[in-house]
Design a protein around this ligand. Structure first.
Ligand SMILES: NC(=O)c1ccc[n+]([C@@H]2O[C@H](COP(=O)([O-])OP(=O)(O)OC[C@H]3O[C@@H](n4cnc5c(N)ncnc54)[C@H](O)[C@@H]3O)[C@@H](O)[C@H]2O)c1
Length: 349
């Protein structure tokens, strides 16, 4: 029997996972039984059917009563606003009838207390979320540490972040083969829904600046996300993000001080051997088109967690490595979420 899944939060990522679930298999890759958000159901249908980034989905969209109808498949819609009800209020009680194996939370607004309450109240057996919630049981980056998931130990699972999924495979390879003494990671990230369209109040002041007219420097947790999976790198990574006025595809530019001398050819061969081997589908080595470099939009809807721009690999003093990579921060991440759901399905008790 297919994994029984519920989703809370139908924004870019929750909606993207729903879309990909039905795009990959006509009946749905997993048995998504119920989805929740604060919006009325007609708004949900409207946003699934019309997507400014990816266009119309490859299946029909409609709704009837409290059911969404996606490619002929009925998925129950439940309108909830967790902010109005504390965890102990059992506000997700109506979800118990769906006998969920996993509740996937893509709101970005829940706390570990919310998640523990949902497990205690038997709303779902496991919680999978889209950020490194403080106090979670494990952060899983598919391809690197997904085999560490242990259903007996892990109830609240993070699928890490989009940048975490891009950085961890690279850091894993570099640390395993050369050692990493230090790395500075710069991410150039499309605007997100936590930014203001025009100047206004935001608790993180810089995110309150008009997002279409500025490059906005903002802190990022990519160093922390990486060290959660590769604890030997804790304290060795600095990071900074620049939010830019594009809709999709992130860049990561990082410089790593390696612990031993190497040659560019060795690094290049190593990346290629992983991309064609154990990290196939996760890591991709990009050489451009007929000697020409592609632009970020060319990577929209690519499934790879990290696409290394091989022409821009640099090495100085045989130890200081420069790497530039791109990734579709939504689509590739949604694909990884589906991969992690596959791990949960295969280890289901
Ligand atoms: N957008 C990305 O590139 C990206 C990539 C990886 C991970 N993430 C993470 O995914 C999460 C969501 O990001 P997003 O870009 O999809 O945001 P989003 O704003 O597009 O979507 C969030 C959705 O959750 C709903 N929501 C929020 N609080 C809720 C509540 N209390 N009860 C019910 N519904 C609620 C909102 O109505 C919205 O539809 C964040 O944690 C983010 O860090 C985002």
């Amino acid at each position: 029997m297919s994994l029984r899944v519920g989703i809370v939060g139908l924004g870019r990522i929750g909606g993207g996972v729903l879309r990909n679930n039905f795009a990959q298999a006509p009946g749905g890759k997993y048995d998504i039984r119920v989805v929740c958000d604060v919006m009325p159901i007609d708004h949900v249908a409207y946003l699934i059917a019309h997507d400014s980034t990816y266009g119309r989905p490859p299946f029909t969209v409609d709704y009837e009563g409290s059911d969404l109808i996606l490619g002929g498949n009925r998925v129950r819609y439940q309108r909830v606003d967790r902010r109005r009800s504390p965890p102990e209020s059992d506000s997700f009680a109506p979800l118990r009838e769906f006998d969920l194996d996993v509740l996937f939370d893509a709101t970005g607004t829940a706390s570990i207390a919310d998640f523990r309450a949902l497990i205690r109240q038997k709303v779902a057996k496991k919680i999978l979320c889209t950020w490194n919630v403080t106090g979670g049981d494990i952060s899983v980056v598919f391809g690197v540490n997904h085999q560490s998931y242990d259903p007996a130990l892990h109830d609240v699972i993070s699928a890490s972040t989009c940048t975490g999924n891009a950085m961890v495979p690279l850091c894993y390879i570099l640390d395993k083969h050369f050692g990493v003494d230090y790395a500075r990671i710069i991410t150039i990230h499309p605007a997100l829904s936590d930014q203001k369209v025009l100047d206004g109040y935001h608790p993180s002041s810089q995110l309150g600046r008009a997002c279409a007219v500025s490059i906005v420097p903002t802190p990022t947790n990519v160093g922390k996300s990486t060290a959660l999976v590769l604890p030997e790198l804790d304290g060795k990574l600095d990071s900074l993000s620049y939010r830019v006025p594009t809709a999709i595809v992130s860049v990561i530019d990082f410089t790593a001080n390696l612990s031993r001398d190497t040659e560019l050819e060795e690094v290049s061969e190593l990346f290629n051997s992983y991309a064609n081997g154990t990290l196939a589908g996760i890591l991709h080595c990009e050489y451009g088109a007929w000697g020409h470099q592609k632009a970020s939009i060319d990577y929209q809807e690519t499934p790879y967690s990290a696409i290394v721009l091989m022409e821009h690999l640099t090495l100085s003093n045989r130890r200081q490595l420069g790497v530039a990579l791109m990734h579709d921060n939504e689509h590739a991440y949604c694909r990884r979420v589906l991969d992690v759901l596959g791990v949960l399905e295969s280890r289901r008790g």
